[in-house]
Design a protein around this ligand. Structure first.
Ligand SMILES: O=C[C@H](O)[C@H](O)COP(=O)(O)O
Ligand SMILES: C=C(OP(=O)(O)O)C(=O)O
Length: 350
């Protein structure tokens, strides 16, 4: 049975090829960037943010990198409101902390679920990548205009071609750190990148990922102009581990961090570590992030110079809600987040 095709479909496929999929044209990365361009001033600012993050990771800047913001963005206005507050806080604490906003547009799912604004901006379940790409790029431009460095999770290997010029730090998630395709992609990325430990808590996959991503690769891809291409990458020297716990076991305590650093040393990769205070470290209880962040910062103050950063999931309102009618403004529809008051109090207390 052939599925009915939506508008702007591609040329007819041989019948055996179209039984299980349909295709709809998307703008090329070059087209989207041309439609929503980043001006010279923004490009320079983003290059500067990336350099600052590198300096923290390589120990030339003593500040702590904090990647913080909503688990996912579903409402542009709420993201902008959050960013406005965050920018003012970031400026106040800029002598101690380099704050980067989580502007996560893609969500990796354990099985199925909403995959983020990029895929399904109207959350109908039908998917609309064309609109998702446009809204995502417009939002990243608007957030960048506020003067904040931005972070994403790089899930689709094609996303960075569309949006990567607006991103200062990115993560490869726990579910994809072992993927060769993601390691190849990181090898060609112009920004510092954190590899999460695996969902089982394993550090070796992240250490292997860092090794692989530091190397040049040749891989299949799509050019900015939209043609199939062999992509050749130079290797990314600015990767690091993100500890996020695994299988309900945390890994932010002194012993776990020391063990992770020893594993990184053994693998001869960077020992720079960021602790994700959420996910399995918080056992999905957002409020736990507060004590975790305080404990990790105490370890750093006590001399653990490998600890370079924290990740926090935070939004305007505490907790999470199921998607549907009558949504609470500024409350996560994926993982639970700290609310703004708690977030601000935490950062100032650190
Ligand atoms: O960060 C968000 C989630 O932890 C991740 O996307 C997995 O979500 P799920 O287990 O609800 O699918
Ligand atoms: C999905 C995320 O994290 P992890 O890959 O650690 O589950 C995230 O940070 O949003």
């Amino acid at each position: 049975m052939n599925m009915p095709l939506k508008s702007e479909t591609l040329d007819a496929q041989p019948s055996s090829a179209c039984q299980h999929r349909q295709e709809a044209r998307l703008p090329t990365a070059a087209e989207l960037r041309q439609q929503f361009p980043a001006d010279e001033r923004l490009v320079r600012a983003i290059a500067g943010y990336r350099d600052q993050i590198r300096a923290v990771l390589h120990g030339q800047d003593d500040r702590t990198l904090i990647v913080m913001g909503p688990c996912s963005i579903h409402d542009e206005q709420a993201a902008l409101d959050y960013a406005t507050r965050l920018k003012s806080l970031a400026d106040d604490v800029s002598d101690r902390f380099l704050i980067v906003m989580r502007a996560y547009l893609e969500k990796p799912r354990t099985t199925v679920g909403w995959k983020g604004m990029l895929y399904d901006p109207e959350r109908t379940g039908d998917g609309n990548l064309k609109l998702g790409l446009e809204r995502s790029r417009r939002l990243l431009l608007a957030l960048s205009e506020l003067g904040l460095p931005l972070a994403t999770e790089a899930l689709s290997p094609f996303m960075m071609d569309y949006l990567g010029d607006l991103v200062s730090w990115t993560a490869i998630g726990a579910r994809t750190t072992e993927s060769q395709i993601h390691r190849e992609m990181v090898s060609g990325l112009p920004m510092p990148t954190g590899f999460k430990n695996g969902t089982d808590g394993g550090i070796a996959v992240a250490a292997n990922a860092m090794k692989s991503a530091a190397h040049p690769h040749h891989h299949m891809g799509i050019s900015h102009g939209g043609a199939p291409a062999m992509i050749s990458t130079a290797g990314n020297p600015d990767t690091h581990l993100v500890l996020r716990g695994g299988r309900g076991v945390t890994n932010y305590d002194e012993l776990s961090i020391a063990k992770a650093i020893a594993d990184l040393e053994k693998a001869s990769v960077s020992t720079a570590v960021m602790v994700d205070c959420s996910h399995d470290n918080a056992c999905k209880q957002a409020e736990r992030q507060v004590v975790i962040a305080q404990e990790v910062m105490a370890q750093k103050r006590n001399g653990n110079s490998s600890i370079k950063g924290l990740m926090l999931e935070s939004f305007l309102e505490f907790g999470r809600q199921d998607d549907g009618a009558d949504l609470i403004y500024g409350c996560s529809i994926t993982d639970p987040c700290l609310g703004w008051e708690q977030t601000e109090a935490l950062i100032r207390s650190l």
